[in-house]
Design a protein around this ligand. Sequence first.
Ligand code: PLP
Length: 366
Amino acid sequence: MIPFLDLTVINAQYEKELKEACSRVIDSGWYIMGKELEAFESEFASYCDSGFAIGVANGLDALTLTLRAWKELGKLSKGDEIIVPANTYIASILAITENDLVPVLVEPNIDTYNLCPAVVKAAITPKTKVILPVHLYGLISPMPELVAIADEYNLLVLEDCAQSHGAQINGKKCGNWGDAGAFSFYPGKNLGALGDAGVITTSDPQLADTLKALRNYGSHKRYENLFQGVNSRLDEIQAAMLRVKLNYLDAETARRRSVANRYINEIINPLIKLPDWKSDEEHAFHLFVIQTEKRDNFQEYLKKNGIQSLIHYPIPPHKQQAYKSLSGYQLPITEAIHNTVLSLPISPVLEENDIDKVINAVNSYK
Ligand SMILES: *Cc1c(COP(=O)(O)O)cnc(C)c1O
């Protein structure tokens, strides 16, 4: 079976360095909020070219705490509207509702799966305060246009970069276009920890300061609490793992792009709609997502041919039990996407002969 993603093989490449880093933390006797986190935050901020990076426990918290910080700073209040793509992973929506804010779901562009500037503009009301683009599957959203709209209407921009580490437009990386960017380092993400972790990037010192307090019980100074914060810290072991893996992120992304380019050049089956991207720098290829009418049938066919595939995602947020409140939305494009998408294996360690097998199987499908 060609696995969808083999984390054992990915992490085995760096085994020696990861174990050394682990030992370094064990021997230091300091496990939370120490030198490894400080170093990783500065290295990741510099990778994204942003002023600050603030480590938190996971990607969901990165999103949730940024919105929460804007509330504490008086930029948002209960009931304000956040424009977000309807076809996103549930976390983007959870971060909004957790803060008593209102998600305004909009249809994505069916070819890129990302926000469409004209659709965003049409959804703006006097209550709109934030645009939340999700760089889905690794493709950066049309940020120059979205930032221009945000400037025109005085809106904040929070980028969900959980799938798009390193994707960029004109050399400017995701997480650095909006007012803040939220990243996940869940093990299967392009930059994956060996556990849970996340980060917020921003160049706003006030936001960075507020986030540093919020993640640590609302405290800047021990036993003095400015806010009713939470415990959402990125621990030293994970920071040390991420420091090792950050050094290889660009090489891994290049490898993902080369797999994607083989798929796009060699898959020629008219039943399969391939993804659409303008330039490689814009796409980090967290996932390689195709569309096909009889999706479940195609997935079964791949399985019989020894190829594991996954669906991202089978049920959109507005159709989830958890969001009965959103069930009134009519979102035909989003629903069509959820019924037809399938993700083929893509990873920095996929072997050439496995790529051949995937291409041959997809081309032989009738
Ligand atoms: C993974 C993911 C998140 C959440 O990240 P966690 O670290 O799992 O909390 C948020 N948004 C998107 C689009 C994701 O893919």
